[in-house]
Design a binder for this molecule. Sequence first.
Ligand SMILES: Cc1ncc(COP(=O)(O)O)c(C=O)c1O
Length: 368
Amino acid sequence: MLGKRVLNDLSAYQQGMQISEVKRNYNLDRIVKLSSNENPYGFSDKVKEDLKIDEQPFELYPDGYAYDLRTKVANKLTVGPDQLVFGSGSDEIITFICRAYLYEGTNTIMATPTFSQYKHHALIEGAEVREVPTVNGKHDLANMAKQIDEQTKVVWLCSPDNPTGEIIQQNALELFMEQCPNDVLVILDEAYYEYVPYSFQLNLHESLEKYPNLVVLRTFSKIYGLAGLRVGYGISSEVIAEKLNVVRGPFNTTSLAQRAVQSALDDDEFIANTKKLNLEVKNTFKAFLDELNWGYYESFTNFLLVKTPIDADKTTHYLLERGFIVRSGNALGYPNTVRITIGLEQDMKELQLVLRQLQKDVDEEVIK
Ligand SMILES: Cc1ncc(COP(=O)(O)O)c(C=O)c1O
């Protein structure tokens, strides 16, 4: 059966290895997964306390409009409820944007490398993809602005960026927005927003008011620790949110997930604690990398893109054999790097031992 022709050139998302798969393949009992930037501290206890499974009406369809969740998020962000669109992860919002705004004859602009899903879904919709190389792991906003023309419909900005963790600062964003025509949508993907130090966080309210073409993406998958429940959202003008809601499936987020993320929103302490612990463990790990003389990108997130002394796939394999799953930078567009999620303190200490041994093996030419 023939699908869209472009599908012949694309492949399904290559996820990182699963814990069970590594256990099976490498005959290991204990695995530390540091490949998908999940929260190693889990999620708020409030979610467990509030979710009384026996009382959930699973026989009923969920509220597709997600009224309760919408009201809660709107109040928290001080935006109107109809400025929001909810998706099965922010991944799904990316598909809504592409479906609603891109088609053959249009083009879309993004950094390269960056999060893979913008390009993937833009190509499926038949749009031309204009990729602008990053400079030292940062978006080259001046060159991205130069790529905009009459056919440009969407520009993608990822801040903090995946996989480097680098951010776009408010003044740079504003400069870019001033150069961008009002009818070009600018997507600011802030999946790791809550990890960013307060002084670098974007002023959402002000930005949305100033720039009616801005769409901000957030998620419950990262610091909230609820990746398995799949809830992300977009914040924009009501006009854009309405368009995105048109392409949204009628019941795209589950009642269970809607309920759970509301409880998670009530626990600011869990978020503050995770942020604090992540920073402490990240700083210790950075000091260790400095000692080893391994470079890394400045990251405002819960992961680090680390430069390796040998090929990234070899490093990834070396770590896998020893029970650590990390992401090879080869697949992410940054050869000779690995992306490592900042895990629990003890796990990171064990990782340091393995990395120290790796450096020794390289020095002694046991591996090349
Ligand atoms: C930059 C960025 N955007 C979006 C996503 C998608 O997250 P989710 O669909 O779980 O909300 C991810 C996940 O890794 C990400 O790193």
